[in-house]
Design a protein around this ligand. Structure first.
Ligand code: ATP
Length: 536
């Protein structure tokens, strides 16, 4: 599938628009159009229903170590700044960037590498933003060009060892930037925290700086005690939240995949330390199955366990659920969701203060005077099990998904082209979105074959019956073949047509988007027929 066709369809049919498009757009921000908003709501609602409201806490779900409870929260986007200090986001959630004055390109400092070499008495650092063999080739090619050399002069370049990170270079005056032709065009690295800052209150000074949340998870941790005290939940249980998050990404790209404002669907699952590895495996497999059930089956979806050296310092297991988005290179996958075993890191951070690793232990980080660098709340966030009389700080399993990335993956997977006969029976190209019925923005379209003989009246009656139960669309304009095509293109699973036979025997045709099969049912049976097929 080619991404440009999908992007064009999204704009043409009102799934996604660039934010503030009439003013030239704003990079990293997107608006969901009339159909996009329905699609994304369906993704969110499927998640919330499957994870929270339809969960039965009385039975042990398949693969789960025991029965468990699920509950929800909706926290504010702006929280006390100390939340982000203790969580580590204030100190650690940043990238360094360098700009090139010549090419006007921006790079992540740690993603630029290069090699030192001497030629014609001059020692320079040739940089590249590609690692590995590609980086070696690029730096050689750039050096040859810079010194105006031919292939036979290769030996006049004296290289000093392999590719090293630009972070090892302190003076950029002798650096040839990845896309530059002259030396010294890179600016010094600037620290760039990915959290958006804003000010609370009218007089706002430095003390009034707050942040737009970069993840929804922390709102759950800081409410852990409130939820325990206000409900009768017992461990193990999960708290779910869906909401906007904001990250000032240096290089937003690939449609909505990397945006600066996006929506997350996160669960923090609290359990006993002894059973946490089992719960981790349960959630990893369950979350993977969720995508499969909604149509992302096949080789484009994969579950990838992190290697030991990829794991965060507090995690004993993390897996990514990934999708081979069409804008990525062959064999490349992009993260849809991360499922992490986070130990007791988060609850302890909010009790004691920002934690750092010391050997195998986590300890509160201290400043020059030996005081905590970022003080915790001091609240007791441990859990007392009144049956076993045990007090402990629960472990956390975190399945953290992105609603926009999931929506984009469902769109990519749904995009299909085939050939179908047009109204004259001639085979023509057909574009259709093969959404799972639960996700389809419109569930049924209702057409009178022609705009006369009482057909519109019957079709409107059917529309009126369906409307309270599902998103439906009424259309009486143009050739019926064209009306079918328009619905295929937005992924409507069923089209109902009122025709001359309806006037005789009261039956209508129902057409299936994927198989193009058509069958007749009584006009009074439309609702029941669709409801049973949509639930499949
Ligand atoms: P990446 O490595 O792609 O930046 P991440 O590992 O930083 O992602 P997490 O912090 O684990 O992402 O966030 C959880 C989920 O939130 C991701 O799996 C993704 O679906 C979503 N997400 C994160 N950043 C963005 C973004 N900039 N735009 C859209 N969705 C995002």
């Amino acid at each position: 599938m080619d991404m440009d066709s999908l992007v064009a369809l999204c704009k043409r049919r009102g799934f996604l628009f660039q934010s503030s498009e009439i003013y030239g757009g704003l990079q990293g921000f997107w608006d969901y159009g009339p159909l996009g908003v329905e699609l994304k709501r369906n993704v969110r609602e499927a998640w919330w229903r499957d994870m929270v409201t339809s969960h039965n806490e009385l039975e042990t779900a398949a693969g789960a170590p025991s029965a468990f409870e699920m509950t929800g929260l909706d926290c504010s986007i702006i929280m006390h700044p100390q939340v982000w200090k203790c969580s580590g986001h204030y100190d650690l959630f940043h990238d360094y960037m360098v700009d090139c004055r010549e090419s006007k390109k921006r790079y992540r400092h740690d993603q630029v590498c290069g090699r030192w070499l001497t030629c014609k008495g001059q020692r320079i650092f040739v940089a590249s933003d590609a690692p590995g063999n590609e980086g070696l080739e690029l730096t050689q090619h750039k050096a040859m060009k810079f010194f105006n050399l031919r292939g036979k002069d290769l030996d006049s370049l004296t290289w000093e060892g392999p590719l090293v990170s630009l972070t090892t270079v302190s003076d950029f005056s002798q650096v040839l930037g990845p896309d530059a032709k002259t030396l010294g065009t890179l600016t010094p690295p600037r620290e760039f925290n990915l959290m958006f800052k804003t000010i609370v209150g009218a007089l706002g000074g430095e003390d009034d700086v707050v942040f737009l949340r970069p993840e929804t998870a922390q709102g759950i941790f800081v409410n852990f005690k409130n939820v325990c005290d206000s409900t009768r939940v017992r461990i193990p249980f999960g708290i779910a939240q869906i909401g906007k998050s904001f990250r000032n990404e240096i290089t937003p790209r690939n449609f909505t995949f990397r945006s600066r404002e996006f929506e997350q669907m996160e669960i923090e699952f609290f359990c006993h330390p002894n059973t946490s590895p089992d719960w981790y495996r349960y959630w990893r497999d369950r979350r993977y199955a969720w995508y499969v059930n909604l149509g992302l089956a096949g080789e484009r979806l994969r579950l990838r366990d992190h290697d030991k050296d990829e794991l965060s310092h507090y995690s004993c297991g993390t897996a990514d659920i990934e999708y081979a988005f069409p804008f990525l290179g062959p064999g490349e996958f992009g993260e849809l969701e991360g499922v992490a075993h986070r130990g007791n890191f988060d609850l302890r951070s909010h009790m004691e203060g920002k934690l750092v690793h010391k050997g195998d232990d986590l300890v509160v980080e201290s400043d020059a005077e030996g005081k905590p660098r970022h003080k915790g709340s001091g609240r007791d966030l441990s859990y007392f099990d009144d049956l076993t009389k045990e007090r402990f700080v629960p472990h956390v399993i975190e399945p953290s998904a992105g609603a926009d990335r999931a929506t984009l993956a469902f769109l990519c997977e749904a995009y299909n082209e085939d050939e179908a006969p047009d109204e004259n029976g001639k085979p023509t190209k057909r574009v259709f979105l093969k959404f799972h019925p639960r996700l389809a923005p419109i569930k049924a379209a209702i057409f009178p074959l022609v705009k006369k003989d009482g057909m519109p009246e019957i079709a409107r009656e059917i529309y009126k019956t369906l409307k309270p139960h599902m998103t439906a669309f009424y259309d009486e304009k143009g050739a019926v073949g064209r009306r079918y095509r328009r619905q295929d293109e937005v992924g409507t699973p069923f089209c109902i047509t009122v025709d001359s036979q309806t006037l005789q025997d009261g039956t209508v045709t129902i057409r299936d988007r994927d198989t193009l099969d058509q069958w007749r049912v009584s006009k009074d049976q439309c609702l029941a027929e669709l409801q049973s097929r949509l639930q499949k």
